[in-house]
Design a protein around this ligand. Structure first.
Ligand code: NA7
Length: 280
């Protein structure tokens, strides 16, 4: 665990993921655009980079966990971005959820600098991020994946190698199509049952016992019963991810009618007053 490592993006997911790298003994330099989010990790033993360039200069491997395509481009290729500091032979591990097209373009641009890209978005929200049990879906050259396997293992319980750069993002977008659809259907089902006079907890007990039971329904159902609506998969990202799936479907000539409906539901949620989650 002696690889000098950088970590950019200390949001809901990134902060606990970076903490697991510190715990595993990686010499870690962290950076977040909003600087005060670095304070707790500094107390836990990470160094704080003065700039993205400095994170690059101090690292052999840099992990990204930022919002979207635009954020990844800013962080890597913006003025004084990570690429301005990272030496040839370095590796970027992008764990953000982005479009396949943007991930492939990032790989091409990094290649021009002699820097490798490991496309490694993750499934699992804040709890598995804290316990180091995320599921990584990876697109990378096999040798590049092996170089960063210990880094990924410090944050993830399972690592799925799926093909070249772009394959990880393709799996992530396809998987989140399922998750966002499941969550939307659970909400509609509970609403319908309650209108009919059923009890939420009893409904969830039935769902958990029969052949469409799911750990996702159990976890989210418990939070619904407890009235615990703290953001773990914020609306802004759920909307972004369902739009990524809808756009991928269009570009591939597929009619994904269910995901189009999910996009409209999340847009309606934003209009109904949950917009703050889009802007945080
Ligand atoms: P959060 O909690 O919304 O965190 C997003 C992070 O991305 C946060 O550190 C942001 O910095 C950072 N960010 C966003 N835009 C930029 C730009 N332009 N430049 C630099 N940094 C930026 O998201 P999660 O942790 O829940 O999720 C992260 C990813 O995993 C996302 O792709 C999800 O879909 C899955 P800030 O603190 O706002 O300054």
């Amino acid at each position: 665990m002696s690889t000098a490592t950088g970590f950019v993006g200390l949001g809901l997911m990134g902060e606990p993921m970076a903490r697991n790298l510190v715990r595993a003994g990686f010499p870690l330099t962290v950076y977040n655009r909003t600087r005060d989010k670095s304070a707790q990790l500094e107390a836990d033993g990470a160094s704080v980079g003065a700039s993205l360039r400095e994170v690059g200069e101090r690292s052999e491997v840099v992990v990204l966990m930022v919002s979207d395509d635009a954020a990844v481009a800013d962080v890597l290729f913006g003025a004084d971005g990570v690429v301005s500091g990272l030496a040839e032979g370095g590796v970027i591990v992008d764990m953000s959820t982005t479009s396949t097209e943007a991930m492939e373009e990032t790989g091409r641009r990094l290649g021009e600098h002699g820097i490798a890209l490991v496309d490694a978005p993750v499934f699992g929200s804040t709890e598995p991020a804290a316990t180091g049990e995320l599921w990584a879906v990876v697109g990378a050259e096999p040798g590049d994946l092996e170089r960063v396997r210990p880094t990924l293992e410090a944050m993830c319980g399972r690592i799925f190698a799926l093909g070249p750069v772009g394959a990880g993002s393709s799996m992530k977008v396809a998987g989140n199509l399922i998750v966002t659809g499941m969550l939307t259907l659970l909400a509609e089902s509970l609403s319908m049952g309650e209108r009919r006079g059923l009890d939420r907890a009893q409904m969830l007990e039935v769902v958990a016992a029969i052949d469409f039971a799911s750990p996702l329904y159990t976890a989210k159902g418990t939070q619904v019963i407890d009235g615990d609506f703290a953001p773990r998969f914020p609306l802004k990202h759920a909307l972004k991810d369902s739009r990524l799936a809808a756009a991928a479907g269009r570009s591939l000539g597929l009619q994904l009618r269910t995901v189009d409906g999910v996009v409209r539901d999340f847009e309606a949620a934003a209009e109904a007053g949950h917009r703050a989650q889009l802007e945080s």
